[in-house]
Design a protein around this ligand. Structure first.
Ligand SMILES: Cc1cc2nc3c(=O)[nH]c(=O)nc-3n(C[C@H](O)[C@H](O)[C@H](O)COP(=O)(O)OP(=O)(O)OC[C@H]3O[C@@H](n4cnc5c(N)ncnc54)[C@H](O)[C@@H]3O)c2cc1C
Length: 366
């Protein structure tokens, strides 16, 4: 099944609530449908026109929960409709097999939280801390989504793609994906213009293995004072209890895009050299921070934005969410320009105060 819509509104396809248009929106179910779309003469011509301007030939979207179109998009927007989760075979040399895990193949258009719900129901450990992150599984593998001490790259065995240049399928093993903090090779132009994720193979564990290092999860489960040894010896909390706790925490502090337009964390948390970190700590002894490795420390961008006085403030109809300064929100009717203006003002203010230039996590398109 495929749907090609000309002059399509992307309002239902972005969580910022921007009513912008794409010259063509093409949705597909199977890889064959995708091939036919890419071979369509009108679509091929639009893609070539974008290439000639030095742009990506197309934009592939998921649920639009981590992007901001800066205006109408003059090219082709692609979207995968294929959904489904199935147990995949485990070949002898797969990393999943070596770790005693089982493999799940998930079609790119499957909502990520449906995968987390499926795993909790079937007693499969791994994705529970990533519960309720909006968006689709194909995008999750591109973005390397993360929360509460877990990243999807910890779970990825393979990413199956359609290679637009060669016109054939291509498989990346997890270790070939160039994963880092909210980072993968598929975020960069050379691969982004070439590969479309069609399905993701996850390795999940049947044996009980929870990630409860994050104090907020322990607090939500009422187990702050239980020792690691006691936790290991007990069968509580259950997988479902951890998933429910993560959902409660997220619902308490993040805005629901159905109610208030947003794209989650707008900025990445900067990772700085320890020399920079130590100089800042001398100036701001209460500064929160997380050790990344022996030479680098991560500083929460939300804290820096708050120190600049932006928490809960607005610039026009764009604002900074009152419960989490990392999140920019559409207060109602904001244009993409208003969000971009707020973003730039915050970046400049943070740089002026801390000497660190924070970068958007959200994909700015156009
Ligand atoms: C309220 C809220 C909370 C959030 N919390 C978190 C969080 O805790 N942790 C976190 O990491 N993120 C979080 N996010 C960000 C967002 O949910 C993730 O980045 C998510 O993976 C985006 O999925 P999507 O389907 O909406 O992708 P989109 O925003 O549509 O696209 C994201 C990127 O993926 C690419 N892409 C999409 N599908 C494909 C495909 N099939 N093939 C190739 N490329 C593709 C797009 O081109 C784009 O570069 C949050 C967002 C919101 C709104």
């Amino acid at each position: 099944m495929k749907k090609i819509i000309k002059d399509a509104s992307l309002l239902p396809y972005n969580t910022f609530g921007m009513d912008i248009k794409a010259t063509v929106l093409a949705e597909y179910d199977t890889v064959n449908d995708l091939r036919e779309i890419l071979a369509d003469p009108t679509i091929a011509a639009l893609m070539q026109a974008e290439r000639d301007k030095g742009n990506l030939p197309f934009w592939h979207i998921g649920s639009g929960s981590n992007l901001l179109f800066k205006g109408d998009y003059p090219g082709v927007v692609l979207h995968c409709l294929a959904k489904g989760i199935r147990m995949a075979s485990t070949n002898d040399d797969s990393s999943a097999n070596r770790e005693g895990a089982c493999r799940l193949e998930v079609k790119a258009g499957t909502l990520w939280d449906d995968v987390c719900a499926y795993c909790a129901e079937h007693g499969l450990y791994g994705p529970e801390n990533l519960s309720l992150i909006p968006g689709e599984t194909g995008a999750a593998a591109v973005q390397n989504i993360g929360a509460y001490g877990v990243e999807i790259s910890d779970l990825i065995d393979e990413v199956k793609c359609w290679d637009v240049e060669e016109g054939k399928e291509h498989l990346f093993r997890g270790e070939e994906m160039g994963y880092g903090y909210r980072e993968s090779r598929l975020k960069h132009a050379a691969d982004k213009s070439r590969y479309i994720v069609t399905s993701v193979v996850l390795k999940v564990q049947k044996a009980r293995k929870l990630h409860l290092e994050y104090a907020g999860i322990k607090r939500a489960l009422g187990i702050e004072n239980v020792s690691e040894t006691d936790l290991l010896a007990s069968d509580r909390p259950t997988l479902q209890e951890v998933r429910d706790a993560v959902i409660r925490i997220r619902e308490g502090k993040l805005p629901d895009p159905k109610v208030i337009g947003n794209a989650g964390s707008f900025f990445k948390n900067p990772v700085v050299d320890n020399s920079v970190f130590e100089a800042l700590l001398a100036q701001y002894p209460d500064m929160p921070h997380y050790v990344v490795d022996q030479e680098h420390t991560k500083i929460p961008a939300g804290w820096m934005i708050e120190q600049c006085g932006w928490k809960g403030k607005n610039l026009g109809r764009a604002g900074v969410y009152e419960k989490q300064s990392l999140v920019l929100v559409n207060r109602g009717g904001a244009s993409p320009d208003e969000i971009v203006r707020l973003c730039r003002t915050i970046v400049d203010d943070v740089e002026a105060k801390f000497g660190i230039r924070i970068e958007p996590e959200v994909n700015l398109i156009g």
